[in-house]
Design a protein around this ligand. Structure first.
Ligand code: GUN
Ligand code: ZN
Length: 450
């Protein structure tokens, strides 16, 4: 169903609406807003109102454009707080843990993105994959090549997606073809910031890959740049595997901990997002909380690479902001539903429980908070950007059978997050317009092959 509204025309989308105004674990059930038969009203790409159909319908103007998704859920667009656009092609590569996996799979893939045409094809495919999985905002590592960053921002801009991204800074302990220098990396980042940061829905993240692949000079420049320009983000990896922690500590003698390395180089702040955060101690958590830094929990990646179990409750104890990350291509799915499935199991293994409400919060408003974007996206409060996903609980025979036996919202959300995947995504809307619709979309093709 292709809609055509004039920007000022009212769009009225009907379905079962679920969104969050706060963290349901901290604030209780009242943080979950649920309209079993609801209307989401959108004008000029922004939410005008959201409420029960019975209340809102009578006030709709006659020329409102109505779309009926009755029987389906409408939730805010999913937010992926950590991923790599140039690693799509090596998702599900067998047999290694982090450092061997980087050398064998990730770096060769990233090296191929030095070619602008290859990078552009990959970026388009990556953004389309995000959309067909219901993800409308992502924080992304590109590669060391500025052309790859240009390609990703171009692809996101063409699709009007919110995107935070940055060129990888990496000047040691990596192949020659992927190495910049501290001065070069700094100059290239500055040029990309000038070109993209703050343009439409795009923002730049200073991106030291992780402490082991940057010299002290590069780390110093990254911290300085991060503090210099308002609104800039910083993204990196932290404490993913035990051997990586040991390597980082060996490379930076005198640091108290892996986190301390980033702290010494002024890389902690409200707009810093650290992926993984598994092998931390409470002093690290305390310092992260003090600096308001955020964490990206990447369960499918952490299980796939054998990294370890993220401690969600401990992060919560320290008041840390946490979002979910696909971490493609060490992560094994673009689907936030699949990521929630594995998050649930990781949390089980740490002796805690992830409720479906807490899970959907993490995938939406939690992610928006982690990225300091919660005044723009993450729920359906009036004025928010109208990014939303339509989820079909009858998209597979098994899911439909399970949902038909679920008697509560909690039960149905749980079935969706355990059994759902991209087949559930009936449509994804960006700024109130369809960016993906299952029925009319062609099957995806990798762009790299004839
Ligand atoms: N640590 C440094 N680089 C990477 C990467 O590309 N993926 C993951 N999972 N961890 C990393
Ligand atoms: Zn990563």
């Amino acid at each position: 169903m292709r809609i055509s509204t004039t920007p000022s025309q009212l769009l009225a989308v009907r379905g079962e609406i679920v969104h969050f105004t706060d963290d349901p674990i901290q604030r209780g059930a009242g943080a979950c807003v649920h309209f079993p038969d609801g209307l989401l009203l959108v004008r000029e790409g922004h939410v005008l109102a959201c409420g029960p159909t019975a209340e809102l319908e009578s006030s709709l103007p006659t020329d409102a454009h109505r779309i009926d998704y009755s029987g389906k859920f409408i939730v805010p667009g999913f937010i992926d707080t950590h991923t790599h656009c140039a690693q799509t092609e090596i998702i599900a590569s067998h047999g290694e843990q982090l450092s061997a996996w980087l050398e064998k799979y990730a770096w060769p893939a990233e090296a191929r993105h030095a070619d602008p045409a290859y990078a552009a094809a990959g970026a388009g495919f990556f953004c389309d994959q995000l959309l067909r999985h219901g993800t409308t905002t992502a924080m992304v590592f590109t590669t060391v090549h500025p052309v790859c960053t240009d390609a990703l921002f171009e692809a996101a801009r063409a699709r009007r997606m919110r995107m935070i991204a940055g060129k990888v800074l990496m000047d040691r302990n990596c192949p020659e073809s992927l190495r910049d220098t501290a001065a070069e990396g700094d100059a290239q980042s500055r040029a990309l910031i000038e070109k993209w940061h703050g343009r439409e829905r795009l923002a730049y993240a200073v991106t030291p890959r992780f402490a082991p692949t940057s010299t002290e000079e590069q780390m110093q420049r990254a911290g300085r740049l991060f503090g210099e320009i308002p609104g800039l983000y910083l993204q990196t990896h932290l404490a993913e595997q035990r051997s990586e922690v040991a390597w980082a500590m060996w490379l930076y003698p005198g640091a108290r901990s892996y986190l301390d390395i980033y702290e010494r180089f002024d890389q902690l702040g409200e707009r810093s997002v650290f992926a993984h955060c598994i092998w931390l101690d409470d002093e690290d958590r305390h310092r992260m909380a003090n600096s308001r830094a955020a964490m990206s929990f990447c369960p499918t990646s952490n299980l796939f690479l054998g990294s370890g179990l993220f401690d969600l409750a401990r992060a919560r104890d320290f008041g840390l902001r946490v979002g979910l990350g696909s971490d493609i291509g060490a992560g094994t799915s673009f689907s936030m539903l699949q990521i929630l499935n594995e998050a649930y199991k990781v949390v089980q293994l740490t002796g805690q429980v992830l409720t479906p409400e807490a899970g959907f919060y993490l995938a939406t408003l939690g992610g928006a908070r982690a990225l300091c974007l919660d005044e723009h996206i993450g729920n359906f409060l009036p004025g928010r950007e109208a990014d939303f996903v339509v989820l079909d609980p009858r998209s597979s025979v098994l899911l439909e059978a399970r949902v038909s036996h679920a008697t509560t919202l909690t039960g149905r959300l749980f079935a969706l997050m355990m059994l759902g995947d991209d087949r559930c995504v009936a449509a994804t809307y960006v700024l109130g317009e369809p960016a993906f619709e299952r029925d009319i979309s062609l099957p995806p093709r990798m762009p790299y092959q004839e």
